[in-house]
Each structure stands twice: as C-alpha cells, then as structure tokens.
Ligand binder design. Structure first.
Ligand code: ZN
Ligand code: ZN
Ligand code: FE
Length: 753
C-alpha cells in the first residue's frame, strides 16, 4: 500500500512579513516534500505530500525552526489523501472568494509574556492580564466586528500612556494588541467571600486564593471563557466535597498541572500529546496515567486516563506557579448547566458550591469551555471543540449557500456557512436545562450577528422532540430536517474532503431514524445527491425507552429477550427487583414503552451489564468507556460469531449479533476475565464492519458517531479495513460525537436539501 499522505496546515499568527514563506519553501525542499505554500487573509496555507514520518518532522520543524519574529497563534493540521504534487512552490495570494472577517480563538500565553510576568524588573511583574499580539483573549472578549478595542469587553479600560505607546508603535510586540493592559490601567483581581464581599485585591487576592486551595477549600476562579472550580487534586476529601456540592457523582474531573515535567511524572505523554498540551490551543488532553496514586482517586474513579491541561492565561500561570501541585479545574456550573461567566451570577449560581471567588473586572463576552482532545493513531481527535478552536472555520470544497444548522440534543453546537467556510460554534452542551437552552439561543443570535449573515434556511435534526429542532421551526425560515447518522457521516466526509461514493459507518447511542425507530448502528451508502441505509445492526427493544440510557441492565434485558424470549427474565433476576422485572417484562411483551433500536451504543451497554461490569451509569457513555478501559494490556484477535443477512434485495442488510450471545455469556459464566470478553466483543464489532464493507464494495469508509471516541474500536477498525484493502477515514478537528452534527447538517442541507 502506498503510504504517501498529504497534510494541510493552516497557520495563523505573526507569520506574515517575517520571511515565513521562504522558510517553509526551504524546509519542504530540504525534506523533499512536494506541495505549496500560500499567504491569504485567512492565514498561511500549506499543503505538503510525503511519507508520514517526514511530514511529522516537517510539522515539528515548522514550530521549532521558524523565523525568530514569527509567532504561531494557531496551527490546524488535517491529514488528507495525496493528490500527486510534483514540485514545491510558493503560490500567489488568492483574493478570490467571499471576504469573511476572521475571528481568532483565544490563544494561550506566549513565552515573551510569560517571561515578563515572572520578571521582577518588568512593569507587568505578576500581572494576571498580560497579553500581546501573539497571545491572549480573542473570541471570549469580542462583542462585535471589526476586532477593535471599543468592540471588545476591554472598552471600559482606557490605556495608560505607556500601554498606548506600545499599542501605537509598529515595532512593538503590542502594536494593535486590542486587549493590551498593565497593572496601571487594566483589569484587576479581587477575592470575594460567598456574599460577594471583597476580602483582598490584586496579587494579595491571588495569594489568599492559593492558601485556601492548599487548605482544601473550593475556589471559583474566573478565567478566560468562564469560571473554573478549583480544589487540591491530591486531597480526596476536598475532591469528594466538590463532587457532592456540584452533584457530579463519578464523571471524571479535568486537572490543571503546574508544569509539563509533573504531567510527565504522572502520565504517559508521547510526542504528539506533548505538542497538543503545549499548543496555543492548550486543550485538556486525555492521558494514560502512570501511577494511580498521583492524584486523589475521586478525581477520575475507575478511569485509567486523566484529563490534563497546562496553564493557558497569566492568571493560571501565576496560580499554578504559587501552588506547585495539580488542581481539579472543572467548569464552574452545576452538572449539565452551561459554564458560568459573570461574577455576580456566579455568586448566585455557585452558591453552596464554592467557598471563595477569585474574580476580575474584565467581562467575558461569551462562554467558551475548555476543549478536550485525545491523540488517536498519532493524530489529534477533538472530542469537545471550544476554547482555542472555536470559531475557526472548517473549509469545505464547494461553496455552500447561507445556512444555519442547530445541531442535535447532546453536546450541542451550532454552525453557520459563509461561502466555503463553515463556522462551528463553541460547545454549548446538552440541551437538558433551561440555562442550556438559553445559552443555545444566545449563541444562535450571536453567530448571525457576528458574521452579519442572514441564513436562508435552517438545518436541524429529524427528531421532532429535540429542543433544537423545535427552535429551528420557530425561526420563520425554511427548515431542512437531516437524519442524525447521515449528518455524522457528512461531517466526517467534509473534514476529510471525501467525495461519494462513501460507506459511512455511523454508530452512536441514539438518533431518530426515517422510520421513526431509534437508529444507532448504521451503515449508510452516500452517493452523489442521495444516501441509502445500506445495513444496520439487528434491532432489539429497549424497555423504558430513554431510561435505558441510564441503566445498561435494561439494554441487557432487551438484548437477551431478543435472543431467548421469556427465559431472559430469569437470567437477569439478580440485577432487578421482582417488581421491576414484572414491569419491564410487561413492556417487552406488549411492546409498550419499549421502542425498537439498532443502537450500537446500547449494545455496548448490554454487554457491560452482562459481564457484570455496570448495571446503572452516572453519565452518558460510562458503561461503554469502562468496557474499553478493561482492554488495556490485552492483545487478542479472537472474536465471536455473527451473521449477515438480507431478507429481500431492496431491504437493508442486517448484521445479526445474536450468534455472539451464547459464547459471550458462556465466557462470562466460566470466569473469563472481563478484559478478554471486552476484546472479543470489540473485535466482533470490527469484523462486522469489515463484512459489511465487503458487501458494499465501496473503497472509502467513513467512521463517525460517538462510538468512535473509543480508541480501540477506531484504531482496530482502521487497521482491519486497511488490511482488507479499504480506505478508512475518521475525525480530527471535528468531534465524532454529536458536537460534529451541526457541520454535517450544513453539508446535508446543501447537497440533499
Ligand atoms: Zn504574549
Ligand atoms: Zn497600562
Ligand atoms: Fe449521534
């Protein structure tokens, strides 16, 4: 197999007029790479083709060997199929296409600013709002365009003569740095008690906040795009108190570490992971922990990974420098609500959760959560796209009419298309609470205003009950409903620049199907201008409908019932009470409140329950994750039997998992380790994908949906599909979960709508 690939880099920052293009030319030529470099209003675009190792070296050296005056604010990397370049050239700037103002995401503190805040001789010594043209707040302070100080939340601060001089001097690092500030003229810190009384100001406030954290107290810290709740991650009692108060039982907490060295001491960090940790985006990176005792066990119970980030604002650098140990840094909210952004509101919403409030007087224009990234197959896989990434556009090949997409229900984001750019909003969250719905409406209004664009149509999910769907219908413009799993696949195709025909494997927990049943184990054939449900997993009933999401044992009951009928009820006697079992068996017998589903996510749940791993979950996807965690250290190519059948030539192919069940139950009963059963189960799912891909006979296979957050499943699917001669694609910059649905809806509305 020819392993040449193409990478596209979009680099934004101080890279224009500093000899950047000649540098790229020399580097590419030296490494023997083919492609081009182009300067445009949107940034510097680079495409290079070559072997993956050489390309990796190229990317590394773009960062390490760049010209002295160049500064990279964001570096987006996509790995694509090669197109066969034969030379490397400097292309001339394109001025074609719609001009769209570029709004930069917030950028982590640059090395120059970092040096200043720790230099006692500098006038910005210990100043937590230090920034320059290369770093600092952007998206979180912009109220309107153009990006000038009066249009930001810095408008209330008048620059002092020294700051003004920097701002006006073209030779200065702070020339036209809109949020420029110093201790004389900029925002300042205050420490508040629960009533909002000021206890201390300036650096004293920060020192007293760190004291409180050291004592095990919970401090709400107003950061860049919202509040964090911080506690000492080493203190089990402090972390447990936070869990109780926040009403978050087991969902892992993110951590902020004082240094990369300490992260490396506690977690395994490979080169790609290190790059992401230190990047201008500075997201939370999922890392495998080395030692379980590094932090309190209540930080991430039963989880071999830690979600880790490094300080990304001067405030965080100063705090973490003072503390010297990792802290929990979780969103300042009650579980499921959007992150809190205003200090007065925080006093009210975080009352009873935080003991103290470390706040400042620079308003936050919009909430921007921390992004979450996992490195998979040596590439970035964004699981939550917010700070550092939003609102950078995803470029699509063909210009798209002005459309708005409102996303799905969980992990909601919205998107707006302008020309061939699709702007995906920051993560909004699950539309479960009135606060989340309010945030959704705010973001929708906001994206239309920011880009001054009136969409002609609105794309939404096909599910009639989603609040996002209902909101779309009230907008007064034509509505294009898009099937959920089609949206998943189109978003993966857009990101990877795939042309039909493509076989899309769209696996997740829940999505509304065109036949009114719940889909979730779908194989979709995408052709030019149309799509077809080529195959799906064998369907089963979910007793109690949505309640099954919280109780994997209900999926287990549905699955067993599908195999063994009435006998199933006896098998699960131990995990239900007698009354529960009577009620559920009634539902299943009569088919009332027991919707039909083909969901792969629920099949994961069923298996987790059947092997005794988990009967009830505390958060979405927990059972499937725990099943994945058990795989660690197990290498197995074994799988269970399954069947592929088709009843008539125009009906979808059905992948029947029922033949798997007797062996799986036998394994569980005879004490085969859960990890081995899990490996066989995962391998079986991958073999199902291979079998369907062979039937479909389409070379390109796109993997999308929440199940592909699972690293083992994705990596093995990619490996096996490649072995069988297929070309598999997965997500990179856009989440495989429902956070990517809005992008897919835009594409669907433009090609099918
Ligand atoms: Zn800076
Ligand atoms: Zn100043
Ligand atoms: Fe989904």
């Amino acid at each position: 197999m020819n392993s040449t690939v193409r990478i596209r880099l979009v680099i934004r920052g101080a890279v224009q007029g500093v000899g950047f293009r000649p540098f790229i030319y020399r580097l590419a030529t030296e490494l023997g790479l083919k492609g081009w470099v182009l300067n445009s209003a949107q940034g510097v675009f680079i495409e290079v083709e070559g072997l993956p190792e050489t390309l990796q070296e190229f990317v590394r050296r773009v960062e390490s060997d760049k010209p002295p005056r160049a500064f990279i604010q964001s570096l987006e990397q996509s790995i694509l199929d090669p197109v066969g370049y034969t030379t490397f050239e400097i292309r001339h700037s394109e001025e074609s296409g719609e001009k769209v103002a570029l709004i930069l995401p917030d950028i982590a503190t640059c090395p120059d600013c970092l040096r200043e805040i720790f230099d006692p001789a500098d006038r910005r010594y210990l100043y937590p709002f230090t920034n320059c043209t290369n770093c600092g707040p952007r998206y979180s302070i912009i109220e309107a365009l153009p990006y000038d100080r009066p249009n930001t939340t810095m408008k209330a601060f008048t620059m002092c003569p020294k700051c003004r001089e920097e701002f006006e001097n073209p030779a200065d690092r702070r020339f036209h740095a809109q949020p420029n500030a110093c201790p004389e003229c900029g925002p300042h810190l205050e420490l508040w008690d629960e009533q909002g009384h000021c206890l201390a100001q300036h650096h004293e406030a920060l020192l007293r906040a760190t004291e409180a954290i050291r004592e095990g107290r919970i401090v709400a810290v107003k950061g860049l795009g919202g509040f964090h709740l911080m506690v000492d991650a080493r203190s089990d009692s402090a972390v447990r108190r936070l869990r109780e108060r926040k009403r978050r039982e087991e969902k892992p907490f993110a951590l902020m570490y004082p240094s990369l060295q300490l992260v490396q001491a506690h977690c395994e960090v490979n080169e790609a992971e290190e790059r992401v940790l230190r990047s201008p985006e500075s997201p939370i990176v999922l890392l495998r922990r080395k030692q379980v005792e590094a932090v309190a066990s209540s930080v991430a119970p039963n989880n071999p990974y830690l979600g880790v980030m490094l300080p990304y604002t001067p405030l965080h650098h100063l705090l973490m420098h003072e503390l010297g140990f990792p802290v929990v840094a979780t969103s300042g909210n009650l579980s499921d609500e959007p992150i809190c952004t205003d200090e007065r509101e925080a006093l009210h919403r975080l009352a009873g959760i935080a003991d103290l409030f470390l706040v400042h007087n620079r308003p936050i224009a919009r909430h921007v959560d921390d992004s979450v990234v996992r490195v998979l197959l040596e590439r970035e896989l964004v699981l939550r796209r917010a700070r550092g990434y939003a609102p950078l556009p995803v470029l699509v090949k063909q210009p798209v009419p002005p459309l708005l997409a409102v996303g799905a229900h969980l992990k909601n984001t919205v998107a707006l298309s302008v020309g061939n750019q699709v702007f995906i909003s920051q993560h909004i969250g699950d539309l479960e609470t009135p606060q989340a719905l309010e945030a959704f409406h705010r973001v929708v209004t906001n994206v239309k205003e920011l880009w001054e664009h009136q969409p002609q149509k609105v794309a939404c999910d096909m599910h009639p009950d989603y609040l996002s769907t209902q909101a779309a219908h009230r907008m007064g413009i034509p509505v294009v409903p898009v099937q959920h799993h089609v949206a998943h696949i189109l978003s993966c195709m857009a990101e990877n620049e795939l042309e039909p025909p493509v076989l899309g494997i769209s696996w997740d927990g829940t999505g509304y199907g065109t036949d009114g049943t719940i889909w979730g184990g779908e194989f979709l054939l995408i052709r030019k201008g149309s799509w077809q449900r080529f195959a799906h997993l064998h369907a089963f009933r979910l007793p109690g409908g949505d309640r099954a999401i919280k109780e994997p044992r209900r999926s287990a009951l549905g699955v067993l019932c599908e195999c063994y009928g009435e006998q199933a009820f006896q098998t699960l006697q131990s995990v239900f009470t007698e009354q529960e079992l009577t009620a559920l068996s009634q539902m299943l017998r009569r088919g009332i409140n027991a919707p039909i589903t083909t969901s792969a996510g629920r099949l994961f749940d069923a298996v987790a329950s059947l092997v005794g791993l988990r009967q009830v979950v505390n958060y979405e996807g927990q059972a499937a994750m725990e099943l994945e965690f058990r795989l660690h250290g197990i290498t197995s190519d074994e799988s269970y039997p399954f069947a592929v059948e088709q009843t008539s030539s125009d009906a979808p192919v059905v992948v029947d998992w029922r033949p798997m069940l007797p062996e799986l139950l036998q394994d569980a009963a005879s004490g085969v380790p859960v990890g081995c059963i899990s490996a066989r189960f995962h391998n079986t799912l991958v073999e199902m994908m291979v079998a369907v891909a062979k039937r479909a006979g389409v070379e390109c296979v796109a993997l999308s949906g929440g199940c592909f957050q699972n690293a083992y499943l994705t990596a093995r699917a990619v490996q096996r599909l490649r072995e069988e001669g297929f070309r598999p694609y997965w997500h990179q910059r856009v989440p495989p979960n429902d956070g990517g649905i809005a992008l897919g809806q835009i594409v669907a509305a433009s090609v099918f709508g």
